[in-house]
Design a binder for this molecule. Structure first.
Ligand code: 0WD
Ligand code: CA
Length: 380
C-alpha cells in the first residue's frame, strides 16, 4: 500500500505541477479570500493615431486624452449613434498589432528601468507585460464561456503575453452583416457625443470618427506575488476633479436599453463583470453607460461606480473567484513557460465553453511576437 504522506503529495502535485491543462471549474476551487491586488499606479501615458500602426510611432504624451462633457440633461439625450457612419475611418482588423505599441512605449521610456553602461535594459522589474484587455478576459473566464488564446514568451525574466484571435472570434468578425458592422461604430460615436479635446469646447459630432485614435495609460500593479505591467485604453478624464490619474478617468460604454426583467438580469450577469474587471484593473472609479434603443438612439446615461458593481451583481459572480482564478492561472503560466527565449512561443487556449485552459508550443516563426527591434535593446 502507498504510504498516505506520499499519496497526498501526488494528489497535490497533480493539480499544480507539469499539467497540460488548467481547470476553470468548479468555482469552489477559487472561492476563497480576495487575493492581494495592489492599488493600480500609473507609470506612463501614450497616444496613438493612424500613423502608430505597423512600423509607425507612438506619442509619448496624453494628446489623445479627451475630457468628459456630459449633456445638460442626462435623462433626455437623443444621441443618434448612426450619424456619420459613412465617414467612419476604421482600423483594419486583419492587421494584428500584438504588443507592438506597448513595446514602443517601453523603449521610449527606458530610463524607468535599470540600464547598463551602454543604455541597454537589464530587466523590466515585472513578471508579466500585456494589454489590460488580456487580464480582463482571464478574470472573466469562470463566468463567460467565450474562447480566448494567449501567446506567452519569457524574455529577460518577464513573461510577455499577447492575445491571438481564436478561430471562433475570427469567424464571428468576418461574418458580420452590414447592421452588425454599423453597430460596432455606435460605441465609438457615443464617445464623440460626450467628450471633447478641450475642456471648454462642446463635443463636435460633425467630424468623422477615427478608431485609430487612442489614449493609453500604463499601469503597474501586483497580484499576490506577481508583478504586473499593463496598458489600457482610457476614454476620457473628468475636467473638474481633484483626483490624479487613474482616479479621474472615466470609462464609456453603450448598452441596449432594458425592456424586460430578463434584459436587466442578463446585463448584471454577463456584461457588468466585464465592465468591472476592465475598470477595476486600471483603478477607474466610474463607468458611464449610454442606454440605446435598437435604432441606435441613446436616451439616457447612467453611472455605474466600479466599486459597487460586485455588490450589485453578487448573486451572479464573485470578484474573489475571478481574481483567485487569475492568480492561479498566472502561477500555471510560470510553471509551464520555462525557457527564457523571445523566439519560443507558448499558446494558452480556452476553447468555447471549455472547462479548462490548455497549452502547446507554437512552432511557426510567424507566431513570434517579440520583434528584434525590441529585444536588441536588452543586455545579453
Ligand atoms: O486584443 C486586444 N485587446 C488588443 C488590443 C490586441 C492588440 C492591441 N490592442 C489595442 C487596442 O486597440 C487598444 O488601442 O490595445 C489598446 C488597449 O487595449 P486594452 O485597453 O487592453 O483593450 P480592452 O480593454 O479590451 O478595450 C479597451 C478599448 C475598447 O473599449 P470598450 O469600451 O469597447 O471596451 O479599446 C478599444 C475599444 O474601444 N479596442 C479596440 N479597438 C479596435 N480594435 C480593439 C480592437 N481590436 N480592442 C479594444
Ligand atoms: Ca469604452
Amino acid at each position: 500500500p502507498v504510504p498516505s504522506k506520499v499519496k497526498k503529495r501526488e494528489e497535490t502535485s497533480k493539480h499544480h505541477r507539469n499539467q497540460s491543462s488548467f481547470p476553470i471549474y468548479p468555482h469552489s476551487k477559487y472561492d476563497y479570500e480576495f487575493p492581494h491586488f495592489a492599488q493600480p499606479s500609473e507609470v506612463g501615458q501614450f497616444s496613438l493615431d493612424q500613423s502608430s500602426f505597423g512600423k509607425g510611432r507612438i506619442y509619448n504624451d496624453a494628446r489623445k486624452l479627451k475630457f468628459y462633457l456630459p449633456p445638460k440633461d442626462t435623462r433626455r439625450c437623443n444621441f443618434d449613434l448612426g450619424k456619420g457612419y459613412k465617414q467612419f475611418i476604421k482600423k483594419d482588423e486583419d492587421i494584428k498589432e500584438r504588443l507592438d505599441n506597448l513595446l514602443k512605449w517601453i523603449l521610449e521610456n527606458k530610463e524607468l528601468f535599470p540600464l547598463n553602461e551602454d543604455g541597454l535594459i537589464e530587466s523590466l522589474k515585472s513578471d508579466f507585460v500585456m494589454w489590460r484587455g488580456h487580464l480582463t478576459k482571464i478574470l472573466c473566464t469562470p463566468y463567460i464561456k467565450d474562447s480566448w488564446a494567449m501567446a506567452v514568451s519569457l524574455f529577460h525574466g518577464t513573461y510577455f503575453m499577447s492575445e491571438v484571435e481564436t478561430e471562433e472570434n475570427e469567424k464571428r468578425r468576418k461574418e458580420m452583416n452590414e447592421r452588425e458592422k454599423e453597430m460596432t461604430y455606435w460605441g465609438y460615436k457615443f464617445e464623440q457625443y460626450v467628450t471633447s479635446a478641450k475642456k471648454d469646447e462642446n463635443p463636435n459630432t460633425s467630424e468623422p470618427v477615427d478608431n485609430h485614435d487612442a489614449f493609453c495609460s500604463v499601469i503597474r500593479s501586483s497580484l499576490k506575488k506577481h508583478q504586473l505591467l499593463y496598458s489600457g485604453e482610457v476614454d476620457c478624464i473628468l475636467a473638474e476633479s481633484i483626483k490624479k490619474p487613474p482616479g479621474n478617468y472615466v470609462e464609456l460604454k453603450t448598452s441596449r436599453e432594458w425592456y424586460t426583467q430578463r434584459n436587466e438580469d442578463n446585463f448584471y450577469r454577463f456584461k457588468l463583470i466585464k465592465w468591472w474587471a476592465q475598470s477595476f484593473l486600471v483603478g477607474i472609479p466610474e463607468v458611464i453607460c449610454g442606454f440605446r434603443d435598437d435604432d441606435g438612439i441613446v436616451n439616457r446615461l447612467k453611472t455605474f461606480p466600479t466599486f459597487e458593481m460586485a455588490k450589485q451583481a453578487k448573486r451572479y459572480w464573485s470578484g474573489a473567484v475571478a481574481f483567485n482564478f487569475c492568480e492561479q492561472f498566472l502561477n500555471f503560466v510560470k510553471e509551464v513557460v520555462t525557457v527564457d527565449d523571445a523566439k519560443k512561443v507558448y499558446l494558452f487556449e480556452r476553447k468555447p465553453n471549455s472547462s479548462e485552459v490548455t497549452f502547446r508550443v507554437l512552432e511557426d516563426p510567424a507566431d513570434i511576437f517579440l520583434p528584434d527591434w525590441f529585444t536588441s535593446n536588452f543586455t545579453t
